[in-house]
Design a protein around this ligand. Sequence first.
Ligand code: FPP
Length: 232
Amino acid sequence: MTTKNPDHIAIIMDGNGRWATNKNKSREYGHLAGTRALLYLFQKISSIQIKYLTVFAFSTENWKRPKKEVDMLLKIIPKIKLRVYNHCKKNKINLRIIGDMTTLPPFVNEAFDKWKTLQHKNPKTTLIVAFNYGGKSDIVHSVKTIVENKIPSNDITEAMISENLYTKNLPPVDVLIRTAGEKRISNFLIWQCAYAEFFFLEKCWPDFKIRDLQNVIESFKKRKRNFGSISS
Ligand code: FPP
């Protein structure tokens, strides 16, 4: 049984649309409520001892949504930019972005550039926002870098692939949380979750509270992790 807090928690924030539909509201209304839940989580994260928290904000597949919804999602980051920055600056939290930044509109990259300037030496926590992120494209991106560096195939190792992923220098994911009842990984951190413990919550993301995160951590501590070995 593990008794230690997880080092790295990742969250698939699902269910904004269903949450809103249940209230006869638009999907955009749901994303606004989801944004509030995310800001609340960022604000409360210092009360929990956790080194890395990664949230799935926009996937490489989300471009398939109606243009109105995509535009709305893209505009969220600039809207919350200063609030998140100021909070993290004051509370010794670092921010990091993972995903393909090359195809994002400049106004999104501008906000991310501001966030990336936060470089506390010993941060209490690092918040990682996965944006235009897909697990498969992360692996392709890593392999391309290795090939570009002309590494002979015999020298390619798992560690080398890890070091060239967007998540370079981050530990593997210990805990993956998904809200809103679906039980799948949806192309999120597929390499990094090889030995993650999965927690599927029924509630939709806008209803997620810090207590839910604390409950998951307590359950995680009771789980036995063998990493492919045998129980001792
Ligand atoms: C999934 O809910 C959620 C998303 C695709 C976006 C997640 C975004 C937020 C939590 C808001 C914060 C956003 C940013 C960009 C920082 P869904 O719309 O798939 O819900 P459904 O499955 O019920 O339709």
